[in-house]
Design a binder for this molecule. Structure first.
Ligand code: E4P
Length: 226
């Protein structure tokens, strides 16, 4: 299981990249909109300089010609740029056409296994099932990952990776991995939560306290010339 960061915030990307755990980054128009004043091209180019892996940049056209034109433009920014297109008939057409030019696509907004299968058959590099948003509809996001993984596994011609998106909490990451996802794209907050455990904090505090007590004892012993 690889971990991507789901953000367009450069400080978050720098911080997570410094931990040595990042294999890629996903952005979307809503995440870009949070970075007020940031230029899209500059942001994607900067991210590509910070993280050596696939960087998803999303198209905003609603027709295939527009998506293909945007895809060509974004792909020219850096070899690691992946073109994110929606799971619509126009999106499939764009994946197919961009694929013929060697441009890789991430098919996003996937909510059922049919969408994932068709994206894979069109030549998607990755598919992004939105598990948190599926859960929000009282359905089972993990079951969706399991279905996609089973379908992809039984066809040796499918090499599309499963990218679990719309991750809401650290258990989503673990459960996605166990369900067969290859990648989880996580908000920075979820990465931090995943590294937090009260027993780690308590263990650190007691190790440090014991070390200080040991040093104090040694200082007293040395002072007494023992
Ligand atoms: C994926 O690539 C999307 O950017 C993202 O995971 C959407 O998550 P959300 O449902 O929290 O907006």
């Amino acid at each position: 299981m690889k971990i991507y960061l789901d953000t367009a915030n450069l400080d978050e990307i720098r911080e997570a990249a410094s931990w040595g755990i990042l294999s890629g980054v996903t952005t979307n128009p809503s995440l870009m909109a949070k970075e007020t004043g940031a230029d899209f091209e500059d942001t994607i180019r900067t991210i590509a300089g910070l993280v050596d892996g696939p960087i998803s940049a999303e198209t905003v056209s609603e027709d295939a010609d527009g998506m293909v034109a945007e895809g060509r433009e974004y792909a020219a920014w850096h070899p690691n740029v992946i073109i994110k297109v929606p799971s619509t008939p126009a999106g499939l057409q764009a994946v197919h056409r961009l694929g013929q030019e060697g441009i890789r696509c991430n098919v996003t907004l996937i909510f059922n296994a049919n969408q994932a299968l068709m994206a894979a058959l069109a030549g998607a590099f990755v598919v992004s099932p939105f598990i948190g948003r599926v859960d929000d509809m009282s359905e089972d996001g993990m079951e969706l990952i399991r279905e996609i993984a089973a379908i992809f596994e039984q066809d040796p011609d499918i090499h599309t990776r499963i990218l679990a998106a719309s991750i809401r909490h650290p258990r989503h990451v673990i459960e996605s991995a166990l369900a067969g996802a290859h990648i989880a794209t996580c908000p920075f907050k979820v990465l931090r939560q995943g590294m937090k455990h009260p027993l780690t904090d308590r263990g650190m505090a007691s190790f440090l306290a014991d070390w200080k007590a040991r040093e104090a004892t040694m200082a007293v012993t040395a002072g007494a010339g023992v």
